[in-house]
Write a protein that binds this ligand. Structure first.
Ligand code: NAP
Length: 263
């Protein structure tokens, strides 16, 4: 049985993921952390029968009281780094779904992981389709070095661009010589050409109606190749989350990107 503490349990992902974790025979939720509904029975939060486990607002206390096998985090890009520090300093493994972590943060996380020998999987996107999109985009960019990314999310999303867009750009840049932004252009409205990561323009759309979608557009003389992925419901993330949770015990150190450990 894998004993799990779920941080952000009262949020959109936390509630959806919490309900599906309970359906798995080898998973057990032993604690829930959130700054909302503190003291509420987790069963009520998940629209299930009361479980006798209550939402707590202090991660470290919950980790010390429950000594779980793993922390699963779906909180907030502003607090995720501090949660990572807490969990790794307590020598507990973690699976991080919260976005906001980039390649630049990895050395510090590696150091924390080494200190107490705890392992961590950071997955900006758990959906297999999105991972394939990243892989195909990096491959296509070998032949199409002019690339832009458009990502579309629901209007409640706090960070932009999305963790997936950053990871996609990082993967493309790792293997390819990307052409930088055209020179000589000027923006009549600042920001009109989007953000810039290593020469790749990233555009973020935030509207009700969307969940999580991304297009990678590759242009060349006389042709345009568009790769697109759509997460239509939060179920699209469940397979990858369960995979990461089951894999964490066999991981050493830090994994940034689920694509690195998919069989
Ligand atoms: P959400 O609905 O805002 O849920 C986050 C929950 O965490 C909220 O209840 C929030 O409270 C709470 N929270 C804030 N600070 C906290 C803290 N210090 N300790 C404990 N809980 C805290 O957001 P969401 O849509 O569920 O998304 C959560 C994260 O997962 C985002 O970063 C999102 O981009 C990411 N995500 C990742 C994937 C993936 O495949 N990796 C998929 C979907 C979403 P307040 O609302 O009061 O701040």
């Amino acid at each position: 049985m894998l004993r799990i503490v779920l941080a952000g349990i009262c949020g959109k992902m936390g509630r959806a993921v919490g309900r599906q974790l309970i359906e798995e025979d080898d998973f057990e939720i032993v604690g829930g952390v959130d700054i909302n509904f503190v003291g509420e029975d987790i069963g009520n939060i998940l629209n299930l029968k009361p479980m006798g486990i209550y939402v707590h607002n202090d991660l470290e206390t919950v980790l010390k009281e429950t000594n779980p096998d793993v922390l699963l985090d779906f909180t907030n890009p502003k607090v995720v780094m501090s949660n990572i520090e807490i969990v790794l300093k307590n020598g507990i493994n973690a699976v991080i779904g919260t976005t906001g972590i980039t390649e630049e943060d990895v050395p510090k996380i590696e150091e924390l992981s080494r200190e107490k020998g705890a392992s961590i999987i950071i997955a900006p996107n758990f959906s297999i389709g999105a991972l394939l999109l990243m892989k195909f985009a990096a491959e296509a960019a070998k032949y199409f070095p002019d690339v832009e990314i458009i990502e579309y999310h629901h209007d409640q999303k706090l960070d932009s661009p999305s963790g997936t867009a950053i990871k996609t750009a990082e993967l493309i840049l790792k293997n390819n010589d990307i052409k930088s932004t055209p020179t000589g252009e000027f923006e009549k409205i600042p920001g009109a050409r989007g953000g810039n990561l290593g020469g790749i323009k990233i555009h973020s759309v935030r509207l009700p109606g969307f969940l999580a979608h991304q297009e990678v557009i590759l242009g060349s003389k006389g042709q345009v190749l568009t790769l697109r992925h759509d997460s239509l419901t939060r179920e699209s993330f469940f397979y990858g989350i369960n995979y990461a949770l089951r894999k964490i015990k066999s991981i050493k150190g830090v994994v940034y990107g689920l694509e690195n450990i998919l069989d």
